[in-house]
Design a protein around this ligand. Structure first.
Ligand code: ZN
Length: 451
């Protein structure tokens, strides 16, 4: 199928940050054949199977969110005011209560919300990420996916003791490898399996080295959390005598094929390790700010560290994340012109594509690339006057302004409606799943811990 979108404002996010106004895009199958000034594209491609009038519309590359836990929407309306206490007070105990089916229903809603917010690609890592693969295939989005691994004894950890279990390690790795062998490259290549140990404190050196070995054997990329708290530094120093970044590097997790999530606690030496490694930072400014933290993203960029943007969890309007990247950069640097709109949009698109090794495939609107894009309706409250389409997108856009989303040239959101899933059903099922999980949580733990 071919699609022509004409008379639109096209923000390409190519190297020159070209904007065509009026511009057009011609898509054949999964790929962009032509993008440029309206007259040029229309001359070579005057019609298509489907023609979309882009008047008053802005086309931008789909967002690439490089850090997600979609099933953690289970904590929406629960964990936002709980600080980091939610980790031991909600996240870990919920693992003993929620069923795979409940996670699947809640996480499926999140995937759909993300797609409606223009997020065409996510990096999803979760204890049971495998439960979402079929829905990703159905929904039509693109997702890197990894089962979040640990080999720590969580009961001991709750008492402040750190013990690692070889049986747990073997079982967890087996799950991750089986998932990768089953799903990597499936859904017409839209699913990319990853190897994703969870935390430095819940991973032994043996686990990290085994993760590196399996990733190399299967040609997969890796991701993990690092630099998320002073407590992490104290524990890793005590257990291994080095910083969490050095620990990750020593066992193969800090390299140019890894995505390190958060990185809001760092030292000059650790930032140097990051810069030297070629690893990408998945900067989660909205979630971090809710927890009272700001990562030194401008410092990372100045030192040549690749930065991408991630949602983390509970939130699903990616425009809020892009805005938070700007506001947090400005608060952190006390510089009111740090991270201008085009640079923020570049992090949210090409930055993510590079993090996943997909920079030749997605992240910008260029001939030959996959047609992963969003069409925004700018004839909307909050987006007029349109004196600068990029500043309006970054500072004033919302998920509600996304009208149509294409992934691999397929309209997966069309006129604001999901084409491959039933939104009403997703909402109802997620509501019932969350209610039943929290009812059992309250029954087991005597209420909501750490509220
Ligand atoms: Zn996370």
């Amino acid at each position: 199928m071919s699609i022509l979108i004409h008379d639109a404002t096209v923000i390409t996010v190519d190297d020159a940050f070209s904007i065509h106004d009026p511009g057009a895009i011609f898509i054949e199958g999964a790929r962009i054949v032509a993008v440029g000034p309206n007259d040029e594209v229309m001359r070579d491609h005057p019609t298509a199977d489907r023609v979309i009038d882009g008047t008053n519309k802005v086309i931008a590359p789909g967002f690439v969110s490089t850090h997600n836990h979609v099933g953690y929407t289970l904590f929406r309306g629960r964990a936002e005011d709980a600080g980091l206490a939610c980790v031991t007070g909600m996240y870990l105990p919920m693992n003993t209560v929620a069923t795979r089916e409940e996670r699947r229903l809640v996480g499926s809603l999140t995937y759909a919300e993300l797609l409606k917010s223009g997020v065409t690609t996510t990096l999803e890592m979760e204890e049971e990420a495998d439960v979402y693969a079929e829905f990703v295939e159905t929904l039509g989005c693109r997702s890197a996916m990894g089962i979040m691994l640990h080999d720590a004894d969580f009961d001991a950890m709750a008492k402040g003791e750190f013990r690692f279990d070889a049986d747990v390690r073997e079982r967890e790795l087996k799950r991750a490898v089986e998932f990768a062998e089953t799903w990597h490259g499936r859904a017409d290549g839209r699913i990319q399996a990853m190897i994703t140990p969870n935390l430095t404190i819940s991973s032994s050196p043996e686990l990290l080295r085994a993760c590196r070995k399996e990733a190399d054997r299967l040609s997969l990329r890796l991701s993990m959390h690092v630099g998320w708290g002073e407590e992490e530094f104290e524990i890793i120093e005590r257990l291994h005598g080095v910083s969490p970044y050095a620990y990750a590097r020593d066992h193969g997790l800090l390299a140019d094929d890894t995505v390190m999530a958060h990185c809001y606690v760092t030292s000059d030496a650790d930032t140097g390790l990051l810069a030297h490694s070629g690893a990408c930072v998945a900067h989660c400014p909205l979630m971090n700010s809710v927890r009272g933290h700001i990562a030194p993203a401008m410092d990372y960029l100045e030192r040549g560290i690749p930065v991408s943007l991630g949602i983390d969890n509970m939130f699903s309007d990616h425009f809020e994340v892009v805005r938070a990247a700007v506001t947090m950069a400005r608060i952190k640097t006390q510089d009111a012109v740090a991270l201008k709109a085009p640079d923020a949009l570049r992090l949210a698109t090409m930055g993510g594509a590079r993090a996943l090794g997909l920079e030749k495939e997605i992240g910008s609107l260029e001939a030959g690339k996959r047609a992963d894009l969003m069409i925004l309706d700018y004839e909307a409250f909050g987006l007029r006057p349109t004196l600068d389409p990029v500043q309006n997108l970054v500072y004033h856009g919302h998920a509600k302004d996304v009208e149509t989303v294409l992934v691999d040239g397929v309209p997966v959101v069309d006129g604001g409606v999901l084409t491959r899933a039933d939104a009403a059903r997703l909402l109802r099922d997620a509501e019932l799943a969350a209610q039943s999980a929290w009812d059992r949580f309250a029954a087991k733990y005597g209420g909501i811990i750490a509220r």
